[in-house]
Design a protein around this ligand. Structure first.
Ligand code: ATP
Ligand code: MG
Length: 432
């Protein structure tokens, strides 16, 4: 019996004979030699099969293995600087589990629509696997960041009885004798949780019937939403900055293989250090109004092209605060120094990625919030529980929402966020 290990752990076994269990990623044969690229989910390694080192039957059989044939390979781990990943296996035996011929995805270029329709297989590619491992690491890193600071994970429900920002972007689902909506943000519940537990975060899927077909919008995405009692806008700006810096550092230290597979320009991540530049909406507007490529209209929300312009001006994320109240949600607190603005922040990632975080200080005054609900024609009765948070021990509080796939997309240097979730859902795609 040899030790069973994974590509990721080969460095622990140099000079030993080990078994890897995986799939053929690629194969090249040359006379008495087969070069097998074997992937096992944790990475890819070159396995060199010399005719003289294996039995005749195996050598012959390897010659017939197509891409994605499954096999176990046993051999000696050799450190080799020239090998991708730094290791190579000198094969002494193989056990073939299934011979595959005609795998639908070949190393040649396929169109992205085809690849998306083959997503269940596309995930096996080097690039997609690297993005998925990176996503997994970022999720853990985010949780660690918050748990280490005594935040409590308080998941908000997916089924909700009403909308928090209007119903146009909501998915309706039949719910016994009534209608429920899939959550578009866990925030209202996070506010209740923060009043109970002080510092909380919710982390889960979010659903938006986004009609927009952009590279930044999915209909199902993951959102991490911290919410803090006794906190103001500045506190959450600082928290967002610390969180981003922490995760980027962690990824640089622990996801080197993935970043290399993605050919990520590390200098773009190494410069992500605080403090991040901060602009008010007014300052950002001035820049856009003077910019030749911008179609920005004063007083409007920033569109994706505006965000791209602002984010390309900086090598670090940019924080934009104090938007006009008209373009933001009803629950945001007005700026006491300028009642036309709200105490909010959008964080735009660099390299043109646009908004990755939206946050704010919340309105904590009962009467003002009741007025807002009325002004927005929202059903007061549905918000009674939310108003209770302003009746019983109301305090200043604030939080934000981070879109996981946009965050991962930026860190990975991936253009379209549909590659940053295992099975993307968009306006035009529900399969596979
Ligand atoms: P946008 O203007 O880009 O549609 P938003 O203002 O609707 O974003 P928020 O409601 O503030 O976004 O949501 C918080 C975060 O959730 C965003 O900063 C973004 O990272 C992420 N997010 C929002 N909508 C989507 C979506 N459709 N797909 C993926 N991520 C999203
Ligand atoms: Mg939106």
């Amino acid at each position: 019996m040899t030790t069973i290990t994974t590509v990721k752990r080969l460095s622990e076994h140099v000079g030993q004979t080990v078994t890897l269990r995986g799939w053929v990623y690629n194969k090249r044969s040359k006379g008495k030699l087969h070069f097998l690229q074997v992937r096992d989910g944790s990475g890819i390694v070159q396995c060199v099969v010399f005719m003289k080192n294996v039995d005749e039957e195996s050598f012959e059989a390897i010659g017939h293995l197509g891409q994605e044939s499954s096999l176990s390979v046993t051999g000696e781990v050799k450190a080799d600087e020239r090998a991708p990943g730094g290791f190579e296996i000198g094969v002494s035996s193989v056990e073939i589990h299934q011979v595959v011929d005609g795998y639908p995805i070949t190393p040649k270029e396929h169109g992205v629509d085809y690849l998306l329709s083959q997503r269940h297989l596309w995930l096996r590619s080097k690039r997609q696997s690297a993005i998925m491992r990176l996503r997994s690491h970022v999720m853990m890193s985010l949780r660690t960041f918050f748990q280490d600071q005594d935040f409590v994970c308080m998941d908000s429900p997916m089924f909700t009885p009403n909308a928090c920002e209007g119903t146009s972007e909501l998915f309706e689902v039949p719910y016994f004798e009534r209608t429920a909506y899939l959550t578009q943000s866990g925030q209202l519940y996070a506010e209740a949780s923060a009043m109970a537990l002080g510092k909380v975060y919710t982390f889960g899927p979010t659903f938006r019937a986004e009609k927009s077909k952009t590279r930044r919008h999915l209909t199902e995405f993951w959102m991490l939403e911290p919410e803090l009692a006794y906190a103001e806008l500045d506190d959450v700006c600082q928290l967002a900055e610390d969180m981003i810096c922490y995760v980027v550092r962690d990824v640089l230290e622990n996801c080197q293989a993935e970043l290399a597979d993605l050919e990520r320009d590390l200098s773009k991540l190494e410069c992500i250090l605080g403090p991040f530049p901060r602009l008010t909406y007014e300052e950002a507007s001035k820049i856009l109004l003077e910019h030749p490529d911008s179609e920005f209209v004063a007083g409007d929300d920033f569109g994706a092209p505006d965000e791209t312009i602002l984010s390309e001006m900086h090598e670090r994320p940019v924080m934009i605060t104090h938007y006009p109240k008209e373009v933001k949600a009803f629950y945001m607190k007005r700026d006491p120094e300028d009642e036309s603005k709200v105490l909010c922040v959008d964080v735009l990632g660099p390299e043109g990625v646009g908004e990755i975080i939206g946050g704010s200080q919340r309105e904590d005054d009962l009467g003002i919030l009741e007025g807002r609900i009325r002004d927005h024609d929202l059903p007061m009765s549905a918000f009674e529980w939310f108003l209770d948070l302003r009746r019983y021990g109301s305090v200043p509080h604030a939080g934000f929402g981070l879109g996981l796939e946009r965050f991962v997309g930026w860190i990975a240097g991936v253009e379209h966020i549909r590659e940053c979730i295992p099975f993307p859902r968009t306006i035009v795609r529900l399969e596979p």
